[in-house]
Design a protein around this ligand. Structure first.
Ligand SMILES: Cc1cc2nc3c(=O)[nH]c(=O)nc-3n(C[C@H](O)[C@H](O)[C@H](O)COP(=O)(O)OP(=O)(O)OC[C@H]3O[C@@H](n4cnc5c(N)ncnc54)[C@H](O)[C@@H]3O)c2cc1C
Length: 373
């Protein structure tokens, strides 16, 4: 037998012993779960590979759908608005499949915005004078914007993914090897699977595009605030400035955040940093200075150099959806839809050119990669 036939025969036997799926999604944060669900919805045989890690952003987030935050890059606006529009249906779908309803915790935000039209700033100022707990806020505007509890969202998405019949593997993706007929994925437990497509949604740990995504740590806290930010007109109201935000929850607690730190995969929390965040928030709501803390934590935002996500194809088979930095909860439904459209060869609903995964010119995609633990 000639040598090439011998290899071809062995490869065929080997492939028959390997589990095969149409598509694998790496990473079970909100982006991976949403992508897996969207692909399953379109009839694909999907496997989700995830080994939860401390610092996972989706469980650390505040949960604001901050499409109109003036701190966001303008290129994000169309995708953000589209995602906001998809949200009600996305939440209905999660509930229908997995039985868990995720409700809006807030539906209005007071946003510091010095460049907003003066009439908007004056009307927000008048409004804040009617809320006893607030200092009268200068240069704020009132946004119609929702927030939700991202931990509840993540749990609801996990239930929906399971109910939809997505296969889940509790392991890490160690390496991907793209062959003419598919991609072989080597898992941390030593198993290999073969897929037609792979979508890398591994958050701050993403290595498909070398050095494109880095962890940006955020330290946050939850305090007991009661109904101090409750208003008759809008229910609970979020406060946001370029430095901090206060996000009330329906249970009377409030999330206060957050630092943005470039110090790698570090998850420590520090009293001086948290105290600074709390005192800055107290300049808006004086009672926050003495609000009892319920918990504190740090999470790893998947950051990129231009604060825009990577959404797109590296090759015909290898896709990425990551680097959502401060807005992954907001952008999950639109990202999932965009990835599904790309895989099915449909034109995406929103122009994705600003999110090209190889825009930093960091060379070829990296088929085999080592993961930090
Ligand atoms: C403090 C803070 C506040 C935030 N507030 C908001 C907010 O108000 N609104 C908003 O929209 N966004 C917010 N964000 C951002 C948002 O949380 C993220 O953009 C989003 O959660 C990213 O989701 P993800 O699925 O890409 O990553 P992650 O949630 O980090 O999930 C990545 C997953 O991939 C897994 N993984 C890693 N490597 C591998 C591997 N090799 N194989 C398999 N699995 C792997 C990890 O274990 C993890 O489960 C905030 C983030 C932080 C940290």
């Amino acid at each position: 037998m000639c040598l090439s036939n011998h290899y071809a025969r062995n490869a065929a036997l080997y492939n028959r012993n390997m589990k095969q799926y149409e598509v694998a999604v790496g990473g079970g944060g909100i982006i991976g779960l949403s992508v897996a669900l969207a692909l399953k919805q379109r009839g694909m045989d999907v496997v989700l590979i995830d080994e939860p890690r401390a610092g996972m952003a989706s469980l650390a987030a505040a949960g604001m759908l901050a499409a109109d935050d003036p701190e966001n890059p303008p290129e994000l606006h169309a995708l953000s608005l589209h995602s906001v529009a998809l949200y009600p249906e996305y939440l209905d779908h999660l509930e229908m499949l997995g039985g868990q309803r995720v409700v809006w915790e807030t539906s209005a935000t007071l946003q510091k915005h010095v460049h907003a039209p003066i009439a908007d700033r004056v009307s927000a100022h008048r409004f804040t004078r009617s809320v006893p707990a607030l200092s009268a806020l200068e240069d704020f505007v009132l946004l119609q914007e929702h927030s939700l509890d991202p931990r509840k969202l993540h749990a609801a998405a996990q239930s929906a993914v399971d109910a939809a019949g997505v296969k889940r593997i509790a392991a890490s993706v160690r390496a991907t090897d793209e062959l003419p007929h598919g991609i072989t994925i080597t898992l941390s437990n030593g198993d290999k699977i073969e897929v037609q497509r792979y979508v890398d949604c591994t958050g701050a740990w993403m290595r498909s595009v070398p050095q494109a995504v880095t962890p940006r740590k955020g330290q946050m806290m939850r305090v007991r605030l009661g109904d101090m930010l409750h208003t008759e007109r809008f229910g609970n109201v979020v406060l946001r400035t370029p430095e901090i935000y206060v996000v009330p929850r329906l249970d009377g607690s409030a999330i206060i955040g957050a630092t943005v730190e470039d110090i790698g995969f570090d998850l420590s929390t520090h009293e001086d940093a948290l105290e600074r965040v709390q005192q800055t928030a107290a300049e808006l709501v004086p009672a926050i200075a003495h609000a009892p803390r319920i918990e504190q934590w740090a999470g790893l935002r998947p950051g990129t150099r231009d604060d825009l996500p990577l959404i797109g194809a590296l090759t015909e088979r290898h896709f990425v959806a990551g680097g959502h930095f401060r807005n992954g909860i907001l952008l999950a439904p639109a990202t999932a839809e965009a990835v599904a459209d790309l895989i099915f060869g449909n034109a995406p609903q929103v122009d994705l050119s600003a999110f090209q995964p190889l825009r930093f010119g960091l060379g070829e995609p990296h088929p085999v990669f080592a993961q930090p633990s």
